[in-house]
Design a protein around this ligand. Structure first.
Ligand code: LYS
Length: 867
C-alpha cells in the first residue's frame, strides 16, 4: 500500500508555504495548565495568560508560541521580565530548565475582527471561534491540537452590556466588580487543545432544561439567544436531548460535565463549533419555528445540534493529533449525525439526501483541481480543508467500515477506540487499528480510502444462462488520476447486491455483500431461473460512480419492484439521467420511459409521500453536467426544461392531486414533512408543463401557506416564472420578513437560484441592496453561493456571472478570507466547460491570483485551480 504520495507543488511565496503531513513532529513543549484573564471590551480587550510549560523530551529547543496579530505587551518567565524575540509572528523564548511559568499580556480589538476567528463581536455579543488556528489571535500559545491543557478562565466586563459571561466547563465563582463591572471564573476539568477553547459575553437569555444521563447524573442544559428569539429554541432543545439519549443507546457514550451550553450568534463562518461544554452555533442552526423555518431547516438544526454534541466524544475526549487527521473527528461525527437523523425520521430518505449532497459537493471536488485524499498530505491554509471530502467522503469511509465489519463488531471497535484513546490526540490510523483489533478483520488495503483521492468508477455487467440457472456478474474498477496522484491501486469496494426476477419482481437470492478488491472480478449466482435484474450498490454501500450495462426495460422494472428504497430511487434517477444526457447531446430523447416510471411512483400505494418527493426530484443541472465529458450549460438547461415540460404535461392530473394535499404547519412528523415535500415537487413539475396554471397554483399555495415549507416551496417556483404573481409574492415576502435576518437570507437566495435569463441582472442589483452585506457570512453566501450554484445563470455565455462572483470574492477577501476562499472552487473546474466559458473562467482566476495582498486562503485555492 503506497502511503506517501507526491502532491503537485503549488507555486508559493515565502509567506504561503505548504505544510506536509510527513513532517509531523511531537511538540517540543507541553502546556499542562493555562490560566486566562480577560478584561472584556469590544474596542480593547486585555488578555493576560499564564501557561505552565514542560519540556517534552531531551532537547534544547526554545519555546515557540504562535501569535496572529498580537503584540506582546509584557512577557515574564517564572515571575520575572524575560528575554524574548519574535520570529515573524511567533514568540520565541529560550528556557533553561525543564519547566516554567510563562506570563504574557496582549490587547485585542474584537469589534475590528472581521475575520470572525479568535475573539470577535457579533450583534452586541463577544464570542470566540478558535478551530483551527484562532486561539493564536487571542493569546500566545503553541496552538496545535496535540498540546492539551487544563484551562481556568476569568472574565470581567461591564454588567449592563455583558450580563452573561460563559466559558468552557463549570462556573466556579462570580461577583461584582468596580463600578458597573462584574466577573466570572470558569474551570474546565478536561484537558483540551486550544482549538476547543470558547468564551461568550453578552445580553442573552436561556431556554433551560435538564437531562438525566444513563448513570443518573443530572446535567443542566441551556440554549442562549436574544430574549426575543427564545420561542424559536424549542426544536434545538428537543434535538439536543434526543442526541444525548441516542449517543448513550447506540454508542454507550455519556455526557461528562454538569453543564451543557449552546449559544447562537449571527455572524459565523461555519455551521457550528463543538467547544467543550460551550457549543457556539451559527444562529441558522438553532432558531426555528414553522413560520420562519422549512422542514429542511428543522432537519438541519437537529443534524447540526447532534453533530456538535457527538463531538464531545468524537473530537473533544478523543481529539486529532494534527490537522491532517481532521476526518478522524469530522468524518466519524458526520457519520454519527447521519445515523442519528436516519433513526429519528426515515432511514431511506435520509440516505437519499446524504448521497445527493455527496454527489453535488464531493464528487465535483474529487474530479477537480482541488481533489485531495480524506487525509490530505499537505496544505497551505488548513481552513481550506474543511471540505466535503474530509467531512462527507470521510463519513462514507466510516460507513463502509461498519458495512464490512457488521454492526456488532463496529460497536466493539468504537468502544475500543474511545477507551484506548480517551484524553489523547490521535490519528486516522489509530481509529482503523482499533476497528481491526476489535473485529479481527484486516483493513490493510481498505486504508487506501484515506490516502487515494478520486471517485472510483465501477463497471458492471451480468450474464445469465437460463439453461444452467447460473448468473455471472462481471465487475471492474478504476480509480482516476488526480492532481499529484497517478497510477492508483484498486480499492476495497463493498457492494450490496441483489438479483431480482424480471418477471416475478421478487428477490431471487438474499442480498449479498460483494467486496470488490481487484481491478476485475466475476461472481456467480446459482439457481437463477428467470432473467435477473441487477440491483447493485444498494444503499450506496460504496461511494463510487457506477456504470452498469442495462437491458432495455431493466431500469423501469427496477424502479417499480426493487424492495430496497434507495435502489429504487437510483433506478428512476438513472432513467432520468439517461434521458437528460441524451437530450443535452442533441440525441433524440424519448421521455416516455421516464414518464411511465414517474407515473408508477406517483400512483403507488406502497410508497410514502416523502419517498415519492425524493424520487420525483430531477437531478440538478449541475449533477447532469458532472456526468458529461464537457459541460454545455445551455444544452443541459434546455434538455432538463424539455423533460420537465413533458412530464408536467403528461402527469398533470396526478401531480395536481399530490399538490392539493395539505399537512398542518405545526405538524413536524415525518409523514407531514413528506406531504409538504411532495406538494412542492409536484407543483414545480406542474408549472413546467403549464406555466400559467403553475403560477396561479403557486400564488395560491403561497397565500394559503401556514408554514415556511409551503411558502418557500411556492416562492421558489414563482421565482423562475415571470409575471405579476412573482413580483407580488417577493414584495410581500420582503415586507413581512425584512426584520428577520435568517428569513431575509432566503429572499436573497431564492432570487439568486431562479432559473431565469435575467438572473444575473437581478443578482447584480441585489448586491447593491441596502440589506446585502459582505460582513455577514450567511447573507453573503445567500446571494453569492446560491448564484454560483445556479449553473445556467452563473455560466452566462457573456462571462458576467464569473466576473460578478470574482468581484465578490475579491471584496470579501479583504474582510473575511475564509468566506472568500470557499467560493473559489466555483470557478476552479473551468477545464470541464466548453472552450469559451473555460477561457472566461480561467481569466477570472488569473485576475484573482494577480491581485496584490491576497489572503493565503484565496491564494491557495486560486493557484491550485490554475495549475
Ligand atoms: N468543527 C466544526 C464542525 O463541527 C467546524 C469548525 C470549522 C473551523 N474552521 O464541523
Amino acid at each position: 500500500m503506497s502511503d506517501v504520495i507526491d502532491l503537485a507543488e503549488a507555486p508559493v511565496t515565502p509567506e504561503h508555504v505548504a505544510i506536509y503531513r510527513q513532517d509531523y513532529r511531537p511538540p517540543d513543549w507541553l502546556v499542562p495548565n493555562v490560566s486566562l484573564d480577560f478584561e472584556l471590551d469590544p474596542e480593547r480587550t486585555r488578555v493576560r495568560s499564564k501557561l505552565r510549560v514542560t519540556r517534552n523530551g531531551d532537547h534544547d529547543r526554545p519555546l515557540r508560541l504562535a501569535g496572529n496579530g498580537l503584540r506582546p505587551l509584557a512577557v515574564k518567565v517564572d515571575g520575572s521580565e524575560a528575554r524574548w524575540t519574535l520570529d515573524g509572528e511567533t514568540l520565541v523564548i529560550e528556557l533553561t530548565g525543564i519547566e516554567a511559568t510563562i506570563e504574557t499580556e496582549v490587547e485585542i480589538a474584537p469589534s475590528a475582527n472581521s475575520k470572525l476567528m479568535g475573539l470577535y463581536a457579533s450583534g452586541g455579543l463577544l464570542c470566540t471561534q478558535c478551530e483551527s488556528e484562532g486561539f493564536r489571535r487571542i493569546a500566545f500559545h503553541p496552538d496545535r491540537p496535540d498540546v492539551l491543557s487544563r484551562y481556568s478562565v476569568r472574565m470581567s466586563a461591564d454588567k449592563s452590556r455583558f450580563p452573561i459571561l460563559l466559558a468552557n466547563g463549570n462556573l466556579v465563582a462570580s461577583g461584582a466588580g468596580e463600578g458597573n463591572g462584574h466577573w466570572a471564573e470558569w474551570d474546565d476539568p478536561f484537558p483540551k487543545p486550544s482549538y476547543l477553547f470558547a468564551m461568550v459575553a453578552g445580553d442573552l437569555s436561556a431556554n433551560r432544561d435538564r437531562f438525566t444521563t444513563m448513570s443518573g447524573r443530572e446535567v443542566d442544559l441551556a440554549i442562549w439567544v436574544r430574549e426575543k428569539d427564545l420561542p424559536k429554541t424549542r426544536h434545538a432543545m428537543e434535538s439536543l436531548k434526543a442526541a444525548m439519549r441516542w449517543d448513550e443507546e447506540v454508542y454507550g457514550r455519556e455526557y461528562d460535565l454538569d453543564l451543557f451550553n449552546i449559544v447562537a450568534v449571527d455572524d459565523f463562518n461555519f455551521g457550528a463549533m463543538e467547544n467543550k461544554g460551550l457549543n457556539i452555533f451559527n444562529s441558522r442552526y438553532v432558531l426555528a419555528d414553522e413560520d420562519t423555518a422549512t422542514d429542511a431547516d428543522f432537519d438541519n438544526i437537529a443534524g447540526v445540534v447532534a453533530h456538535e454534541y457527538f463531538h464531545n466524544w468524537s473530537g473533544d475526549r478523543v481529539t486529532c493529533r494534527d490537522w491532517f487527521q481532521l476526518s478522524l473527528k469530522e468524518g466519524f461525527t458526520v457519520f454519527r449525525d447521519q445515523s442519528f437523523s436516519g433513526d429519528m425520521g426515515s432511514k431511506a430518505v435520509k440516505r437519499i439526501d446524504d448521497v445527493r449532497l455527496l454527489r453535488a459537493a464531493q464528487f465535483p471536488e474529487d474530479s477537480g483541481p482541488l481533489a485531495h485524499p480524506v487525509r490530505p498530505e499537505s496544505y497551505i491554509e488548513i481552513t481550506n480543508f474543511y471540505t466535503a471530502t474530509v467531512y462527507n467522503k470521510g463519513a462514507e469511509v466510516i460507513r463502509m467500515m461498519r458495512t464490512i465489519l457488521g454492526d456488532e463488531a463496529f460497536r466493539k471497535g468504537s468502544d475500543l477506540y474511545f477507551e484506548r484513546h480517551d484524553g489523547q490526540a490521535v490519528t486516522c490510523e489509530d481509529f482503523v487499528t482499533a476497528m481491526e483489533d476489535a473485529s479481527g478483520i484486516d483493513l490493510g488495503q481498505f486504508r487506501l480510502w484515506y490516502s487515494q483521492a478520486g471517485t472510483p468508477t465501477v463497471e458492471a455487467r451480468i450474464d445469465h444462462d437460463a439453461a444452467s440457472g447460473q448468473a455471472t456478474l462481471h465487475l471492474s474498477q478504476a480509480v482516476p488520476d488526480t492532481p499529484g496522484q497517478t497510477g492508483k491501486a484498486p480499492m476495497v469496494l463493498p457492494l450490496k447486491t441483489a438479483l431480482i426476477g424480471a418477471d416475478s419482481g421478487e428477490a431471487l437470492r438474499e442480498e449479498r455483500l460483494i467486496l470488490l478488491d481487484r481491478e476485475e472480478a466475476t461472481f456467480t449466482f446459482d439457481g437463477i431461473g428467470e432473467t435477473p435484474l441487477l440491483s447493485i450498490n444498494r444503499d450506496f454501500s460504496a461511494p463510487v460512480l457506477l456504470n452498469a450495462d442495462r437491458r432495455p426495460g431493466e431500469l423501469e422494472r427496477l424502479a417499480e419492484v426493487d424492495a430496497n428504497p434507495f435502489a429504487r430511487y437510483e433506478a428512476l434517477q438513472e432513467l432520468m439521467y439517461r434521458a437528460l444526457i441524451a437530450g443535452a447531446r442533441g440525441e433524440d430523447a424519448d421521455p416516455a420511459p421516464v414518464i411511465a416510471a414517474m407515473r408508477g411512483t406517483l400512483q403507488s400505494n406502497a410508497l410514502d409521500p416523502a419517498f415519492k418527493g425524493e424520487a420525483l426530484s430531477m437531478p440538478t443541472e449541475g449533477l447532469i453536467g458532472d456526468r458529461m465529458d464537457l459541460v454545455d450549460p445551455e444544452a443541459i438547461h434546455a434538455s432538463r426544461d424539455a423533460l420537465r415540460q413533458a412530464v408536467g404535461k403528461a402527469l398533470a392530473d396526478d401531480l395536481a392531486r399530490a399538490q392539493e394535499q395539505h399537512a398542518s404547519g405545526d405538524d413536524l412528523s415525518p409523514g407531514a414533512k413528506g406531504i409538504r415535500r411532495l406538494k412542492s415537487v409536484s407543483l414545480g413539475l406542474l408549472a413546467a408543463g403549464d406555466p400559467a396554471r403553475g403560477a396561479a397554483l403557486a400564488k395560491a399555495q403561497y397565500d394559503a401557506a401556514d408554514n415556511m415549507t409551503d411558502r418557500q416551496g411556492a416562492l421558489a417556483i414563482l421565482a423562475s416564472l415571470g409575471g405579476p404573481e412573482r413580483d407580488a409574492a417577493f414584495a410581500g415576502f420582503h415586507e413581512r420578513y425584512k426584520e428577520d435576518s435568517l428569513v431575509l437570507d432566503k429572499w436573497f437566495a431564492l432570487q439568486a437560484a431562479a432559473q431565469r435569463a435575467d438572473t444575473i441582472d437581478v443578482v447584480e442589483e441585489l448586491a447593491r441592496h441596502p440589506q446585502f452585506s459582505a460582513r455577514n457570512p450567511n447573507r453573503w453566501r445567500a446571494l453569492v453561493s446560491h448564484f454560483a450554484a445556479n449553473q445556467w445563470a452563473f455560466h452566462h455565455a457573456s462571462g458576467r456571472g464569473y466576473r460578478f462572483v470574482t468581484d465578490m470574492i475579491l471584496e470579501v477577501d479583504r474582510i473575511n478570507p475564509q468566506v472568500a476562499a470557499r467560493q473559489v472552487p466555483s470557478l476552479g473546474r473551468w477545464k470541464r466547460f466548453e472552450p469559451n466559458r473555460a477561457a472566461l473562467m480561467r481569466a477570472e482566476l488569473e485576475r484573482i491570483a494577480a491581485t496584490p495582498g491576497l489572503s493565503k486562503d484565496v491564494f491557495e485555492q486560486a493557484s491550485k485551480s490554475l495549475a
